[in-house]
Design a binder for this molecule. Structure first.
Ligand SMILES: NC(=O)c1ccc[n+]([C@@H]2O[C@H](COP(=O)([O-])OP(=O)(O)OC[C@H]3O[C@@H](n4cnc5c(N)ncnc54)[C@H](OP(=O)(O)O)[C@@H]3O)[C@@H](O)[C@H]2O)c1
Length: 332
């Protein structure tokens, strides 16, 4: 079969090559990938910024497809089913945090950017019927990360003022859609006015350009501050988030695209009784709850562009440039 693997000897760091067909272990299914999607993690792997990288591994955490084969006759009812893949492996039983064995599909284990994947049956869920293959493939990793950050950790509820930063991002798109779906008042931030305009058309109440030095004052004037803030950038801008968070509010960090903060406005954190929380992907329970919300509210992932596997380098370059609005999808 053909797949997209890491090869750090090349300038492009990835290549679309023939790789061995997957072999099924007990309890696994062979899924023919119909669509896959990128996460920033895939680009971090390409840039060598992820731990334990290994050349030759098929990248990709997100995928949707059709079950072609199962390892054991007792699971034959799965054959022919349209499925999405939960890329969070070995979370464990504790809802508060993942186990030490936790892994994300697509490094070190072969991922979804290939014609086929061998995957434990317990990672498969039936594809929500209102989603196209491209939309279904866009959902898993970013969808569950946003769900856990907003609902499990952030405890967002109807009537809350919610700020989702960097609305162009994959996770941010889902957090914004879920915030609307539960009846929160949504504000977003972005570096691009075109992305803010799109987000407002999609239902955001307020939009702020985080590159403008006075965006925090504009946000406070418009909203009186936020009950819940969902952020994947961190860096020193975390202090701006502390500034616009309401007393008693919650800031949930799921990423650090801007790196680590050089300072932290600790006095504002304790005086305003703020909770700053971390969130990573989600448990199997979070994943099921996320799918239930997506099905109930008929949420459709925002797909920015669709590439063929042959054009993977262009797709990765788009993510690196940050030009996308929503998810970048790849198809065999
Ligand atoms: N913990 C987890 O489980 C988990 C899961 C998924 C992702 N992540 C991490 O979360 C981050 C985003 O992931 P993604 O897949 O959603 O990436 P993505 O689709 O590439 O989105 C990146 C977005 O970050 C925004 N951004 C950049 N600088 C910013 C700043 N100073 N303030 C606010 N936003 C800023 C940009 O938004 P605009 O274009 O609108 O300016 C950009 O579009 C990455 O660091 C990733 O590694 C963590």
């Amino acid at each position: 079969m053909k797949g997209i693997v890491l090869n750090r000897q090349l300038d492009s760091k990835i290549e679309f090559v023939t790789v061995p067909d997957p072999e099924l272990k007990s309890g696994e299914a062979l899924v023919r990938i119909k669509s896959a999607s990128l996460n920033h993690r895939d680009e971090w792997c390409r840039q060598g910024l992820y731990p334990n990288l290994s050349d030759g591994v098929v990248l990709g955490s997100d995928g949707a497809g059709v079950v072609e084969k199962v390892s054991d006759e007792s699971h034959a009812s799965w054959i022919g089913k349209e499925v999405i893949i939960n890329p969070a492996m070995f979370w464990g039983a504790d809802q508060r945090a993942q186990s030490k064995e936790f892994q994300i599909l697509g490094m070190p284990r072969n991922g979804t950017l290939a014609e086929f994947i061998a995957i434990p049956l317990d990672r498969l869920l039936e594809k929500p019927s209102h989603l196209s293959w491209e939309e279904a493939a866009a959902l898993p990793l970013a969808g569950v990360t946003a769900y856990r950050a907003l609902i499990f950790q952030g405890q967002a509820k109807a009537g809350d003022q919610v700020l989702v930063t960097g609305i162009g991002g994959g996770v941010a798109q889902f957090a914004a859609q879920y915030a609307k779906a539960i009846g929160a008042t949504l504000s977003v931030s972005s570096s691009r006015s075109s992305k803010l305009e799109k987000a407002m058309i999609a239902g955001a109440e307020f939009g702020f350009n985080y590159l403008e030095p006075d965006w925090t004052e504009k946000a406070l004037n418009a909203t009186d501050g936020f009950d819940v803030i969902i952020d994947g950038a961190a860096g020193d801008s975390i202090n701006q988030l502390i500034h616009v968070c309401k007393p008693g509010g919650r800031i949930v960090l799921y990423g650090a695209t801007m790196g680590l903060p050089n300072k932290l406005e600790a006095r504002k954190v304790y005086w305003n009784q703020l909770k700053i929380m971390g969130s990573t992907m989600g448990s199997d329970q979070d994943f099921q709850n996320m799918i239930a919300l997506v099905e109930e509210k008929k949420i459709r992932p925002v797909v920015d562009q669709i590439f063929t596997f042959e054009n993977a380098v262009k797709a990765f370059d788009l993510m690196k440039a940050g030009d996308q609005f929503g998810k970048i999808v790849l198809k065999p």
